[in-house]
Design a protein around this ligand. Structure first.
Ligand SMILES: Nc1ncnc2c1ncn2[C@@H]1O[C@H](COP(=O)(O)OP(=O)(O)OP(=O)(O)O)[C@@H](O)[C@H]1O
Length: 235
């Protein structure tokens, strides 16, 4: 797929003829320098943005052929999204935040499912807390529970640990890893952090709007080596 912003001499190619697949049940990290197209890839792959050309398949359905309404429905059924800023509503409790997207979509999520999602992210007993009564890591856990409560085919995470300290980041990453290992959740995560990327099964390195290399079964050392080599090659 391709995605260009702007036109004429000011046009920026965010994605340059990218062809990439993500295995179901696997945890993939996307890395690369600022402006290399990582967030654009996530936005297009999640159906939040349309590429200029190409196709995107999620759970057997090709997204770019769908009209806006059907794309929204497919997204609600199959996609979860977690951002660096947790995007919780401050006036709602943890439980209400987790249930909100379904409620807005006119669907019912049972209280049992909401509580079970919060339990899965380690927040049992904190269902009635408001975001200001939770730490940053706990708020991100609520955001993750909200993203996975309807069992999406894919969870997209854009810098999910970017606003957290290193110990809290480790806890959140362990939880994402557990979602992959215990329920087979497919996760695609953009990160700048080699320690975060090392928790994935595969790391794809982007440069200039395309994937240029990848690592399977990464360690933080092998990710750092790759980053150093790619940065040296770019100079
Ligand atoms: N809405 C937009 N309008 C214009 N240009 C954009 C827009 N979104 C992204 N771009 C440009 O597309 C390119 C890719 O951006 P993108 O945000 O995907 O990169 P990234 O690798 O995620 O960067 P970062 O690590 O800094 O978040 C950049 O040159 C960026 O300036």
């Amino acid at each position: 797929m391709c995605r260009t912003y702007g036109a004429g001499t000011g046009a920026v190619t965010a994605l340059a003829d990218v062809s990439i697949g993500f295995a179901a049940g696997a945890f993939t990290a996307i890395m690369g320098p600022s402006g290399s197209g990582k967030s654009t890839l996530l936005q297009c792959a999640a159906g939040l943005e349309r590429p200029d050309s190409g196709m995107i398949w999620i759970a057997g359905t090709e997204l770019t052929r769908l009209n806006e309404r059907r794309r929204t429905l497919l997204r609600r059924a199959h996609v979860g999204f977690v951002f660096q800023s947790f995007n919780l509503l401050p006036s709602l409790t943890a439980e209400q935040n987790v249930g909100l997207p379904a409620r807005l979509a006119g669907r019912r999520v049972s209280r049992t499912d909401i509580r079970s999602a919060l339990r899965e992210v380690g927040l049992a007993g904190r269902e009635h807390r408001y975001p200001t009564e939770l730490s940053g890591g706990q708020q991100q856990r609520v955001a993750i529970a909200r993203a996975v409560v309807n069992r999406p085919s894919v969870l997209f995470a854009d810098e999910p640990t970017g606003a957290l300290d290193s110990q809290t980041s480790r806890d959140v990453l362990s939880m994402l890893r557990a979602l992959v290992d215990t329920r087979g959740q497919t996760i695609i995560m953009v990160t700048h952090d080699p320690i975060a990327a090392a928790r994935a099964d595969r790391v794809v390195f982007f440069a200039d709007g395309r994937p240029i290399e990848e690592l399977v079964d990464p360690t933080s050392g092998s990710v750092l080596d790759h980053m150093t080599r790619l940065e040296a090659a770019a100079c």
